[in-house]
Design a protein around this ligand. Sequence first.
Ligand SMILES: [Zn+2]
Length: 433
Amino acid sequence: MNVDKPCGPFTFRAKTVLTGDAAQAVFSPGEVTVADRLITYVGPPRQGAAGRVIDLPAGMVLPAFINAHQHAAMALFRGYADDVRLMPWLRQHIWPLEEHLSSDDVYTGTLLACAEMIRSGTAAFLDMYMFPQAVVRAAEEAGMRIGVSWPFVGTLETAAPRFEHLAAGIAQWADSRLTQVWLGPHAPYTCSEDLLRRVGEYAGDRDLGIHVHLAESREEVEDMRGERGLSPIAYAREVGILGPRTVVAHAAVLEPADIAIMAASGASVAHCPVSNLKLGNGVAPVRQLLDAGVNVALGSDGAASTNTLDLFVEMRLAAWLQKSAAGDPASFTAGDALGLATIGGARALGLATGVLAAGRPADLVATQGWAAHLQPVHDPVSTLVYATRPDDVRYTVIDGALVLDDGVITTFDEEALLQEAGERARRLVEARM
Ligand SMILES: [Zn+2]
């Protein structure tokens, strides 16, 4: 399948269409038509839809998800080092393995992540990893939207060649519909102050996004306070990397002053509940961030730390954690959780997706719906967030292309990919020994 060619018109007719728009409009039954990469109709079923008609009498159509924090290629390390603290996990397990990674490993690992994301209803992701060209090669082959964050660590001096490499990437994808180039300074504990300041200036001069890990663990926050007398969020503002085009991954350990800084900066948070829980980093104050006017998206983090890239689980956990933290089940709804994965992600990445409306880019998902764990449906948003699983997703449309068509990935050979990924993962572990 050639995703560069616009697909002919096709129409979903479903039991339910969740638009995700400001009014949270729901059509039941509903219809969505796609043509020339755009949504051309959303509303009640009509007579005589043009082109192919996909009937889902128990199914649901909704905006596709956006995964706002990812290290996709780390899918190759899924399950390699679990149940370990963050710093030893990086220093003793992940970084030594990464020394042996080739660009082809990164391509294969990213494509493996793309397969999982497409199968679980994700159309776009914000990535941060080495060999960014290989990351984009995989995303392009998969037909996914990507914010590819050029990775930066070290000092301004050691990272200087990276800026030339970045300039080539910016030029290469300047006209791409699906690929945006971002700057990805890993974190304040891996990047020097002069490097972070340069990243902030470079991104500001060119209106590029900045994707950075901040306030992930208590240890990180305490170290930063000890060294500089500032929280990681306050430090990020100080060095000029916190602005409306910044996505802060995690923000799990925040003080009220940090929330005010985030709100004033216009930066988004990529909330990663599975990663935060699994690494014992606590619960991000998502309700408080939203109430302060901060845009919050949802991320899975890499599969090396979270094992799956399943935003259904992330949505569910996000809702449960906020309810539990507030001691109030009404404090965070299924609709709030869905908003993180859709419109919150779209805002974070500067995309016009996340909503089903005529004229918007056609990134959408359809579930089949006729399953014991999904019936009956009293409230479709509740069914979606609290009961739906990745294998209920039958169709994923990205930029108007059916990349998952009745449960089959159309853009690459998934079976061959699984074989290749297994072999590469085994060779990497052997190389380390
Ligand atoms: Zn991360």
